[in-house]
Design a protein around this ligand. Structure first.
Ligand SMILES: Cc1cc2nc3c(=O)[nH]c(=O)nc-3n(C[C@H](O)[C@H](O)[C@H](O)COP(=O)(O)O)c2cc1C
Length: 362
């Protein structure tokens, strides 16, 4: 139960969490009938990587919380589905092990830590492992207020709460794995010698102490210079910020509010696409991240101007339910929904999706 709430929950009143998905319902798809949909082409590219369909995997921390195979299970499913896997800085598998686990393009989600040496270490390791892109998450200057986690005791590492006691007892094997095998260790941090020496009171406390509230766009310029490959900024929602991202050296933006887990009352990413696309389409690629649960959500986002969509909970529920097979099942359902929606809307290639296929409800 605590793990479910960690996965499912959002910040404060969860207004943004709900809004992320609800907002899709305010768009209607306009079919263009008799358009020869005998073959639907879902292939596309993002930051120079060819992918089989316009959905990628968002970075999420601590995958081994949900299933013992953790990140590896998701990488393998991403490879089978011809898409990009994103590894979180607070993942439970190392940059190197993820690279070895599968043969799909990889993106590494990074934070610019106070200790720039740690950030540098990640960059060098990603270069060595041929990661296709780096993704800087900027919507977490402080942790969001996820009240469900406070109630159930899963804010950082699992904490004992009487309310969750029965659930922990029922899942003793899970608890043993987490405690005895240290499966929840943030291994990318602890595998850096320099950081490992400084982790004293726990990795999560160390990470929190390293989140730099004084970051500015100058730091993005620094990162772009250090990395020099495709750089994605994750957590932007306004045209102005996206413009600053482009000016600072980013090649793509992830319109995202962290799945409603950070600033509550932030707008839904889908509602931000058209303005950003109109202003910056020729300078940035646009990834819509948040609230995607149905194939028609993907088609709507692309028609509004996104290049691709990205999903978090959409694969995490599958991971929790059945490991790699569960992620594959979730991706199978979403893939078939995207394909079916394309046929029903009368568009045989994602490259042809545009505003003529979508309207805001009157
Ligand atoms: C359990 C969980 C853990 C997450 N961990 C991270 C993380 O470590 N870094 C990050 O940038 N985003 C993280 N996110 C946010 C996702 O990358 C993504 O923005 C979000 O899940 C998209 O919304 P969706 O779940 O509705 O698809 C996390 C989301 C969830 C649900």
């Amino acid at each position: 139960m605590p793990v479910f709430h960690y996965l499912d929950g959002g910040a404060d009143d969860e207004l943004t969490l709900a809004r992320n998905t609800d907002a899709f319902n305010e768009y209607e798809l306009l079919p263009s009938q008799l358009s020869d949909v005998s073959h639907i082409d879902l292939k596309t590219t993002i930051f120079g990587q060819a992918i089989d369909w316009p959905v990628m995997i968002s970075p999420t921390g601590a995958s081994k919380l949900f299933h013992r195979d953790g990140e590896t299970a998701v990488v393998r499913a991403a490879e089978k589905f011809g898409t990009i896997y994103s590894l979180s800085t607070v993942g439970t598998t190392t940059i190197e092990d993820v690279a070895r686990a599968g043969n799909c393009p990889m993106m590494y989600q990074i934070y610019v830590f106070k200790d720039r040496g740690l950030t540098d270490n990640f960059i060098e390791r990603c270069k060595a492992q041929n990661y296709a892109a780096l993704c800087l998450t900027v919507d977490t200057p402080v942790a969001g207020n996820r009240e469900r986690d406070h109630v159930y005791g899963l804010s950082a590492a699992p904490k004992f709460r009487w309310r969750s006691a029965l659930s922990f007892v029922r899942h003793a094997d899970w608890l043993a794995r987490v405690i005895l095998r240290k499966d929840l260790e943030m291994v990318n941090i602890t595998s850096d010698d320099h950081a490992a020496r400084r982790v004293k009171s726990g990795v999560m406390d160390y990470i929190n102490s390293q989140l730099d509230r004084s970051l500015t766009w100058r730091d993005v310029e620094w990162l772009a210079g250090r990395w020099s490959g495709p750089l994605v900024i994750k957590g932007l929602l306004t045209v102005e910020d996206c413009r600053k991202a482009a000016d600072s050296g980013a090649t793509a933006v992830m319109l995202s509010n962290h799945g409603g887990r950070q600033l509550d009352s932030a707008p839904a990413p889908v509602d931000c696409i058209s303005a950003v696309a109109d202003a910056l389409r020729d300078r940035l690629e646009i990834i819509c991240d948040g609230g995607i649960r149905r194939g028609n959500h993907v088609v709507k986002a692309l028609a509004l101007g996104a290049n691709v969509c990205s999903i978090g909970r959409g694969y995490l529920f599958g991971l929790a339910a059945g490991g790699q097979a569960g992620v594959e099942r979730a991706l199978t359902l979403l893939h078939s929904e995207v394909e079916r929606t394309m046929a029903l809307v009368g568009c045989n290639s994602v490259s042809k999706l545009d505003r003529s296929y979508v309207q805001k409800r009157h």
